[in-house]
Design a protein around this ligand. Structure first.
Ligand code: TYM
Length: 332
């Protein structure tokens, strides 16, 4: 059975983008993979987080993942900062990765913006930590949204250079799993920007804890164009907002763009948005209710995360110890 690793930052409430691009696929992959899922708090502090807010968001993220259907009995769910192996391997990878490689990372350019000199050093080496997350478990498949593709290519470059420099075949190649018609969910206000939990405008996204009225209002207000929906996917070219809503709908009903347009082509957005909002409320309301139930029992949640930490350590510690030996570190 192949081993899966994936992570999500507790830098806000998870969005519909996180759900359709990643979490929902994680849930499905549990059927035929050994899965390790991680709330990546070390990654979150690459941009300053208020400590109290971070602690709350970390717990909420764990609860939402469980509410979505992550199974902590058959698989592993834990907090990144509780397993030191990530940091140990990340340091080695900081020394393997080349500055030129990091300079090509588009996400760093986007997040650092114009004020690059003022970005944290952690934000710059963030992809090395991400590579360490995966390789510390010898995971071979990584389900993510499209925005993480470049980081996974870098993780493979790092593994290859490590193997080459130390003359070993130690870290395996990883395969990105970028799945479904919503691998890149866009902002509801701007079809050229991805939906993000850290976007300043709450109207740009659906949060997994939004109530039914909020979801309907956000979808009703979502930016669109005046044309009716086309009958074929080709008609979505040059209409990013329309394409986005159709993609979301397609992912929710488990079909493709063509399937949705066969049913809704020719309709105006008023009608389509109503159907989409109903679908979203149906899917998301039970998740929000279950997350609230889990959060009412913090001790239960902590016990799940402690067990996850122990399982994660049992896999990662021997792998990272071996990597340290290969590098030449003495253990007198
Ligand atoms: P993060 O926290 O930004 O997002 C978590 C997952 O959600 C996906 N995603 C989206 N998918 C579709 N449309 C969107 N608008 C959208 N926004 C986010 C992301 O692609 C991701 O799969 N660096 C990672 C976390 C990470 C990680 C890892 C992932 C740390 N270590 C190791 C995989 C393996 C991140 O910031 O994800």
């Amino acid at each position: 059975m192949q081993r899966i690793f994936s992570g999500i930052q507790p830098s806000g409430i998870p969005t519909l983008g996180n759900y359709l691009g990643a979490i929902r696929n994680w849930v499905d992959l549990q059927a035929d993979h050994e899965c390790i899922f991680c709330v990546v708090d070390l990654h979150a502090i690459t941009v300053f987080q208020d400590p109290k807010v971070l602690a709350t968001a970390t717990r909420e993220m764990a609860a939402v993942l469980l509410a979505c259907g992550i199974d902590p009995v058959r698989h592993t769910l834990f907090l990144q900062s509780t397993v030191r192996a990530h940091l140990q391997l990340a340091w080695i990878f900081n020394c393997v990765a080349r500055i030129g490689w990091l300079n090509r990372m588009t996400q760093f350019k986007d997040k650092a913006g114009k004020d690059r000199e003022n970005a944290s050093a952690g934000l710059y080496v963030y992809p090395n930590l991400m590579a360490a997350d995966i390789h510390a478990y010898h995971a071979t498949r990584v389900p993510v949204g499209e925005d993480q593709k470049q980081h996974l290519e870098l993780a493979n470059d790092i593994a290859q250079k490590f193997n080459h420099d130390y003359g070993v075949e130690f870290f395996p190649n990883i395969e990105p799993l970028i799945l479904g018609p919503a691998a890149r969910v866009m902002s509801l206000r701007d079809g050229s920007k991805k939906m993000s939990k850290s976007d300043p405008s709450d109207q740009s996204r659906i949060n997994l804890n939004d109530d039914a009225d909020t979801i309907s209002l956000k979808i009703r207000r979502a930016k669109t164009d005046p044309e009716p929906l086309p009958s074929e996917p080709e008609g979505l070219v040059g209409r990013p907002e329309a394409r986005n809503l159709v993609g979301i709908y397609a992912a929710l009903v488990g079909t493709g763009h063509a399937g949705v347009l066969a049913e809704h082509g020719g309709k105006g957005f008023g009608q389509f948005k109503q159907a989409l909002a109903d679908l979203l409320v149906d899917k998301l309301a039970p998740i929000a209710a279950e997350a609230t139930r889990l959060l009412a029992d913090p001790a239960g949640l902590d016990a799940i995360l402690r067990q996850g930490k122990e399982r994660a350590e049992a896999i990662a510690d021997p792998i990272v110890t071996e990597a340290e030996r290969l590098v030449g570190f003495l253990r007198p």
